[in-house]
Write a protein that binds this ligand. Structure first.
Ligand code: HEC
Ligand code: HEC
Ligand code: HEC
Length: 432
């Protein structure tokens, strides 16, 4: 009698042991999935302040109404979201409602995150509750002026300025296209920078059914270009692989990343799988718009190249400045070198209506991020120590009007304004 009972018992033990380990391994894989999604959502970018503890908040997120401080989203019960139930987390992430019922400012991109599936929201919850360590650090209070300090007002904003949010699959398109659409519209919150804002500071469209979606917008002094492939021409010539290279390394045949996009590559996109990056490329390539292309004609390009190669004594001073300072890396044909020196012809930063980002790069230089696939953080030196405002203006005007580029001229006052925002040690960092 004893023997079968024992073996039955040990069998039962084994069973429950396997159940526990199955549960553990599903939990571990859920946490792992959540960690991956946290990268796709770039939660770290806003919820970690420079030099601060990961996810402990305190970073000022700029808005036209003033600085909004991100919060501690570690599982600290006292200071973070340690006591959040799944429902409360889901409400914060997808609907901008805090556990205490107050409304979050849309500096937290919940209008984009509302596209997330339940499954992904659960994985993120698992990661933030069990995959990271609590940090016992109190939040910095956001103190906007009246009326923006009245959080209840956000209820009306939500009603007027966001759409109903659920991700809509396009059943006529491939699985890959739809995966890209889901990542770009939702977790990637690409529209929070690349979509122009309306009167209420809302993104003018939350998916490609609106023409404004990802059609380019100013972000501080930088310009987040039009991503609707064919629309402004410069992305028209990018292949799927060019997009994948840019996302994984911040560089490709045409361009090198600068400004606000650098961190997006460094902390988010360069950590995603190649399948996901390709899906995003497929989706973007599928959005070709209908505006005429601004791509440089090869004739105009040849003309500038000839002028620079001949370098006659009476050459325009902008062209002279280009030969002396820039030609060594970007070459007389403005084509640069694939994956190292970006192409200036048809470049969206060079051709942006707002020249401030270009001026900033000339004055302060720029550094490509180091990523797993391209660890070399190649740098462009700054020229702020060497060129005065008038010279930078002439140079910028020259490259915005050469090789077929067509953008308005730049004046010394615009340069002066940007110079005043850059710290002196950065302006002098490339000086001998
Ligand atoms: C573009 C910046 C930005 C990004 C990206 C971002 N957040 Fe936030 N988040 C904020 C800000 C700012 C607040 C605080 C808003 C306020 O106080 O009204 C916030 C608040 C929150 C809250 C509410 C916390 C509380 O104090 O009750 C949660 C939860 C949260 N974020 C989770 C996330 C997760 C998860 C991700 C990534 C999927 C993420 N956030 C990405 C800016 C961001
Ligand atoms: C924080 C703001 C911000 C977010 C979020 C953001 N971008 Fe950008 N993006 C920019 C800026 C600014 C540039 C211009 C960089 C430059 O000029 O080198 C840019 C450049 C790009 C370019 C290169 C365009 C060109 O013509 O050179 C691509 C492609 C791109 N972003 C795709 C994306 C995708 C996809 C997402 C979402 C996963 C995204 N971006 C999210 C700000 C942002
Ligand atoms: C020593 C080589 C070198 C020299 C000289 C140089 N650059 Fe660059 N440039 C680079 C590299 C490398 C990058 C990529 C850095 C990045 O994108 O962060 C770059 C990036 C740029 C970009 C941004 C392109 C984009 O796609 O966002 C512009 C515009 C630019 N350079 C213009 C100039 C001008 C104008 C001059 C002359 C004043 C100049 N460069 C001199 C190496 C150089």
């Amino acid at each position: 009698m004893k023997l079968p009972l024992l073996s039955l018992l040990s069998f039962a033990c084994m069973m429950s042991y396997t159940n526990v380990s199955v549960a553990q391994s599903t939990e571990a894989s859920l946490i792992e999935q959540g960690e991956y999604l946290s990268k796709a959502g770039d939660c770290i970018a806003c919820h970690t302040k420079d030099g601060g503890d990961k996810y402990a908040g305190g970073k000022a997120v700029a808005s036209p109404f003033g600085a909004i401080y991100s919060t501690n989203i570690t599982p600290s019960v006292e200071y973070g979201i340690g006591s959040y139930s799944y429902k409360e987390f889901e409400q914060a992430l997808r609907h901008g409602i805090r556990a205490d019922g107050e409304f979050l400012y849309p500096a937290m991109p919940y209008p984009d995150y509302q596209k997330l599936t339940d499954e992904d929201t659960k994985a993120l919850y698992a990661y933030f509750m069990k995959g990271i360590q609590p940090v016992e650090k109190a939040n910095t209070k956001t103190a906007l002026g009246f009326p923006f300090n009245q959080r209840w007002g956000i209820r009306f904003w939500n009603w007027a300025a966001t759409d109903d949010g659920v991700f809509v699959e396009d059943t006529k398109k491939s699985k890959e296209y739809n995966r890209g659409a889901y990542l770009i519209q939702g977790l990637g919150h690409c529209g929070s920078c690349h979509t122009p804002r309306g009167m209420l500071y809302q993104e003018k469209a939350y998916d490609h059914s609106g023409d404004d979606f990802l059609s380019g917008a100013d972000v501080g002094i930088w310009y987040a270009p039009d991503l609707r492939a064919g629309k402004n021409g410069s992305l028209e010539s990018w292949s799927e692989q060019d997009f994948v290279d840019y996302f994984a390394t911040g560089r490709n045949k045409h361009s090198g990343v600068t400004g606000e996009m650098t961190d997006v590559i460094q902390y988010s996109l360069s950590h995603l799988s190649k399948d996901d990056l390709r899906a995003m490329a497929v989706y973007l390539k599928g959005q070709a718009g209908n505006k005429p292309s601004k791509l440089a004609s090869s004739k105009a390009s040849e003309q500038t190249t000839n002028v620079l190669n001949l370098a006659k004594v009476d050459i325009d001073s902008g062209a002279r400045l280009y030969i002396d300072n820039c030609g060594a890396c970007h070459f007389t044909d403005g084509a640069g070198a694939s994956h190292v020196f970006p192409q200036l012809v048809g470049n969206s930063l060079v051709n942006a209506d707002n020249p401030q980002g270009l001026i900033h790069v000339i004055l302060a230089g720029s550094r490509l991020p180091s990523t797993a696939d391209a660890p070399e953080a190649i740098e462009m030196p700054g020229f702020g120590w060497r060129l005065d405002d008038e010279e930078v203006a002439k140079l910028a005007t020259f490259i915005r009007d050469s090789w077929g580029n067509k953008a308005k001229s730049v004046n010394a006052d615009e340069v002066k304004k940007i110079r005043s925002t850059i710290a002196v040690d950065i302006l002098n960092k490339s000086a001998p």
